[in-house]
Design a protein around this ligand. Structure first.
Ligand code: ADP
Ligand code: MG
Length: 699
């Protein structure tokens, strides 16, 4: 970076040491370069003025030109003061109102002086009013027609005159000095190919646009640059990682796999399962270290793919481990896999938090000696006391958030790190996967086993309760089982717990013995009791399972065909989709009923509508991303990647893909970025890599 860009903000006209310190502390803006990269988050067209008589019923801010004719102060509520200014143009009068800062605003208001007024107008009775408007004396209004950039700022900065407008003044001044001082960071080829603005033009126009076209092009260029370097960084890290980490070579497919495949496989694999298995096999015998994410909607048959991958490891003399997020799920996997492999004499073991000490010690021994070939368990597997003779592969089920640091804990269990396979039923939109899992390869099982019927989903209110019970009875009479799920976001929340118990009692009353049997499972039960209840339901001894979200992932009861979700408004989209995935696993038509209260917000309605209208996990994931944004979806774990200044992973998916492709292209042509035309790209990339020390070498 050059001297101009590194100039401290305090040397900019109108800033000085005091404001410079504030800018640094409040927004992290220390240099000219920082200021130039403090991008407006929107633009307002300041060339349009309304008239009082034509005010629109709209939710956007408008501008008026007029004078204040009268100022008065009154009390609004019990204690609150209110300042009202009558503002008049040629066509009428509106009220400008302040509820805060009355004391310092009042003396600033001049009657008779012409003002530009900017704010949102609301109609109360038949009087228009604007609360907390922005007022500028007409003589000081920037008459440049065009768009005004709006900058984010803080309360502290605002109180020192660095509101959006104040920032605009400073940044705009800097923007005027850019000529010849902004080195180009993208290659000439890229710029030509996508007809991008130069960096200098883009930085100027993003702050001082004259048209929508100006800022659109400026933003596109800056977004693409940001995403390009992000993707480049991820690709480079992956390269470094793969070079540094050798993987086990599974070069034979032997007896265990073949016997199982030919004699014990209960059904033909779907084409998608076969394809993904092939991808896994390819990874595992090339000597690279596999880090693969398998995405597949609930019920797409991921377990089987994982099992086959583990059998290949066994055939090559290695051990395998499967980690599940809950004890119930680990237990289920154990049952399924144990019963499939027992006839073949494969040694399978289960390790969870509730495994007794004595048993655990035996287990540890068996693992170190290599007697146990396949270990299934919960997070308990991660503990350091769990060591293997020769761990070849780790499957992590239903945890797409399993981050680099956690994966590394598994890697360290062996001299040569085991291959890692992560299975998730929470589809991640492609653009997010590309960014967050830049270091992972992604496989998709995009096909359900034959004969599955899509689950019919309905949204119902409390008034429907009696009919709902009737419907449950019909289904039970047909021999089906029913889940009723309550939110228990934090298991300790008594209110949630009381709701669950009240629901359980109501159901027990409506579905009395001896005709009906009702199970209950929740987080405050002892693991043994949970297990017992769960098993009763799995065996079909109870027809209704009242539960909290503990049954969310993985649990498989093909005979269960009705999923009722209570207080569905409190669940996120991906959770709702997960829960719904518990039904529709058998051949019967299945149903999901979303029960809610009557007062629902806009986003909630959107979530419910989405659930009713589609069963497609990827489509649901896209809506989820729009509603929540990438930060909430991915958790804070990888939030470093979210510090994007201008691009938005949820909105700029086209650009993400373009950036990814171009980053790939450049590395394919010049892996070391040593060609002269790539010199600048290399310099920028090196700066980025240096600025991210915490990522460590393993990523
Ligand atoms: P998920 O992808 O949600 O983990 P599972 O692996 O639990 O799905 O599989 C769901 C159900 O589908 C299981 O009962 C499993 O035995 C069955 N299944 C898996 N693969 C096939 C297939 N190719 N044909 C028929 N049924 C299958
Ligand atoms: Mg599963």
């Amino acid at each position: 970076m050059n001297d101009f860009l590194l100039t401290p903000v305090e040397f900019i006209k109108g800033v000085g040491p005091q404001r410079a310190e504030l800018l640094r502390n409040e927004l992290g803006l220390a240099t000219v370069n920082d200021l130039l990269h403090h991008f407006p988050f929107r633009y307002v067209d300041r060339s349009v003025y309304y008239k009082v008589k034509d005010l629109p019923y709209a939710d956007f801010a408008i501008q008026l030109k007029g004078r204040i004719i009268q100022v008065s102060e009154s009390t609004a509520g019990a204690r609150q003061k209110k300042l009202v200014a009558k503002f008049q143009d040629e066509t009428g009068v509106i009220d400008l109102v302040w509820f805060q800062g009355v004391k310092w605003i009042k003396p600033l208001l001049k009657t008779g002086v012409e003002y530009q007024m900017y704010g949102k107008a609301r109609l109360y009775g038949n009087q228009w009013n604007v609360a907390h408007p922005e007022l500028t004396e007409w003589s000081e209004v920037d008459k440049r027609t065009g768009l005004q950039p709006i900058y984010s700022t803080t309360e502290k900065l605002t109180s020192k005159g660095l509101h959006s407008k104040g920032l605009e003044k400073i940044i705009s001044q800097v923007a005027l000095q850019l000529k010849g001082r902004i080195p180009e960071t993208l290659t000439a080829e890229l710029i030509q190919k996508h007809r991008l603005l130069s960096k200098e033009q883009a930085l100027y126009l993003v702050h001082r646009p004259n048209s929508t076209d100006d800022f659109t092009r400026a933003r596109t260029r800056l977004k693409l640059e940001e995403l390009f370097f992000l993707q480049l960084e991820l690709l480079i890290r992956k390269q470094i990682g793969q070079r540094a980490m050798k993987g086990h070579v599974f070069d034979k497919v032997g007896e265990v796999f073949n016997t199982f495949y030919e004699q014990h496989l209960p059904f033909e694999l779907t084409n998608a399962q076969k394809r993904v298995l092939k991808e896994i096999r390819r990874d595992c015998h090339t000597g690279i270290h596999m880090n693969r994410l398998v995405q597949g909607d609930v019920g797409s048959g991921k377990t089987l793919v994982a099992l086959l991958a583990m059998l290949i490891a066994l055939d090559n003399g290695y051990q395998a481990a499967l980690m599940a997020p809950t004890e119930i799920l680990a237990g289920q996997h154990y049952e399924t896999i144990q019963s499939l492999l027992e006839p073949m004499g494969v040694q399978v073991a289960l390790l969870t938090g509730s495994t007794k000490k004595k048993q655990r010690e035996q287990l540890h021994e068996g693992l170190v000696e290599g007697r146990i070939q396949l270990l299934i368990g919960t997070h308990a597997l991660l503990e350091n006391t769990v060591q293997f003779a020769n761990l070849g592969i780790v499957v992590i089920d239903e945890q797409h958030r399993f981050g680099v640091a956690q994966r590394a804990r598994m890697w360290r269990k062996n001299q040569v790190p085991p291959h890692v396979l992560i299975m998730t039923a929470t589809p991640i939109p492609r653009t997010l996967a590309m960014t967050f899992y830049g270091d992972l390869d992604v496989s998709v099982i995009d096909e359900l086993p034959p004969g599955r019927k899509p689950v019919s989903t309905f949204h119902r209110y409390e008034s429907h309760r009696l009919r709902l019970f009737g419907f449950m009875k019909e289904q039970i009479a047909l021999g089906r089982q029913v889940y009723v799920v309550y939110p228990l976001i934090r298991e300790s929340e008594t209110l949630d717990f009381n709701n669950l118990m009240a629901g359980y009692e109501a159901i027990s009353r409506a579905f009395p013995l001896p005709d009906y049997r009702v199970s209950i499972v929740h987080g405050q039960m002892k693991p043994d009791d949970k297990e017992f209840e769960m098993q009763r339901f799995v065996r079909g001894e109870t027809q209704i399972m009242v539960a909290t979200t503990v049954i969310e992932v993985g649990v498989n009861v093909p005979n269960a065909s009705v999923m009722i979700i209570e207080s569905a408004e409190r669940f996120g989209l991906s959770q709702l989709h997960q829960l719904r995935g518990r039904v529709g696993r058998g051949a019967e038509q299945s149903y999901c009923i979303l029960m809610t209260g009557n007062e629902l917000g806009k986003d909630t309605l959107k979530r419910l509508e989405t659930m009713v209208s589609t069963n497609d996990g990827f489509e649901i994931a896209e809506v989820d991303l729009q509603l929540r944004g990438p930060g909430d979806i991915m958790g804070t774990q990888q939030s470093g990647l979210l510090n994007l200044k201008i691009a938005d992973l949820s909105k700029d998916s086209q650009l993400v893909i373009l950036a990814r492709d171009e980053a790939r292209n450049i590395l394919a042509e010049d892996e070391q970025l040593s060609m002269p035309q790539h010199a600048m790209v290399r310099i920028v990339l090196e700066e980025i890599l240096k600025s991210r020390p915490n990522w460590g070498k393993i990523a």
